[in-house]
Structure formats: C-alpha cells, structure tokens
Design a protein around this ligand. Structure first.
Ligand SMILES: CC(C)(COP(=O)(O)OP(=O)(O)OC[C@H]1O[C@@H](n2cnc3c(N)ncnc32)[C@H](O)[C@@H]1OP(=O)(O)O)[C@@H](O)C(=O)NCCC(=O)NCCS
Length: 147
C-alpha cells in the first residue's frame, strides 16, 4: 500500500468513494483541489484507491488540519486508518512552523477514540460546528501537538 498525491487526473476515484458511501457528498472536490493551502492524498492498495485524507495548512495560527479521513467500509479495522495518520504525522514532523495537527469528528461516531489511540488529545468541542442541528451532534476536536 502507499499514499498518492491526488490531482485533477485521479480526483475521480475520491469522488466515487465519497458518492458510493455518502461521505462528504456535498464537498466541492475540484475547488478544494485548487486551494493552494490544501493537499489531498489517496491510499492505494493493489492499484485501487481505498481511502483518502488531506492536510490543510492554516498558516495564520500555525496549525495543520486533517481534511477528513475515510477508509472504504469493506477495508476497515485492518490498520489502514492508522497507516494514513502515521503518513500525515510524518509529513507534519518534517515541516517547520506548525504547532499541532487538528482533527475533528462527530462526537456520536466515537472517532475521537481512534485519534486518541494514535496520540491525539482532546482539545475542544463545538456544538455549532455542524449544520445537522436536528440530531444534536457536536464536533470533538483532537490535537496532535508537534511542539
Ligand atoms: C475512522 C476510520 C478512518 C478508521 O479507519 P480504520 O482503517 O478502520 O482504522 P484502523 O484499523 O487503522 O484502526 C486503528 C485503531 O483505532 C481503532 N478504531 C478504529 N475505528 C474506531 C472507532 N470508530 N472507534 C474506536 N476505535 C476505533 C481500531 O480498533 C484500532 O485500534 P487497535 O490499534 O487497538 O487495534 C474509518 O472507520 C472511517 O473511514 N470512518 C468513516 C469516516 C469518518 O468518520 N472519518 C472521521 C471523521 S472525518
């Protein structure tokens, strides 16, 4: 397996995963791809993209932000998520000028436990972050402190 940089040539594979599993379906991937502060990566396994992630560089507050992490449901619980996070952490550790990596996830999904296992700590909540007010979901923010 390996991580590949997503470009306009292969963004279609990310869009397909997103649509097939109803994950971030309203995201404008082409616009995101053109943001100069955003990098998107796909996880390739035997020539097939089975997951994706990205990093947003927020230079104003010296933080990196995880842009989603998604693994094909058929490939979960096999260590692929950890592989992606290790990749992002290695990249971040090789960069200067950033204090931490921030990840965010809906509290109800318990994804904070996934991040917790990988060295992140809880650093905040936001109960106005998501638009899905009807189910009362709140965002949990996790930080991997680089400094
Ligand atoms: C979260 C997600 C990326 C995890 O990917 P994965 O490949 O299944 O994770 P891994 O197999 O690498 O798991 C690493 C560790 O985290 C744990 N873990 C994984 N998902 C977990 C969850 N939902 N709750 C608690 N622990 C979890 C695993 O048990 C494993 O622990 P271990 O090392 O003690 O065995 C995947 O479930 C996913 O794509 N979810 C949907 C998208 C999403 O909600 N993304 C986060 C918000 S953007």
């Amino acid at each position: 397996m390996n991580m590949i940089r997503v470009t306009s040539d292969n963004i279609k594979f990310i869009k397909e995963l997103s649509q097939r599993y109803g994950f971030e379906v309203n995201r404008n991937w082409d616009k995101l791809l053109n943001e100069k502060d955003t990098e998107i990566y796909g996880l390739s396994e035997r020539g097939r993209i089975i997951g994706f992630t990205g990093l947003i560089h927020n230079d104003w507050n010296e933080t990196l932000q995880v842009l989603d992490i998604f693994i094909d449901p058929e490939a979960r619980n096999k260590g692929y998520g950890k592989y992606i996070i290790d990749f992002l952490l290695n990249k971040a550790k090789g960069m200067d000028g950033y204090r931490c990596i921030i990840a965010e996830a809906p509290a109800k999904d318990g994804i904070d436990k996934f991040y917790g296992k990988l060295g992140f700590r809880k650093c905040g909540y936001n109960d106005r972050y998501y638009t899905n007010d009807d189910n009362g979901d709140i965002a949990v923010f996790m930080s991997y402190d680089l400094k």
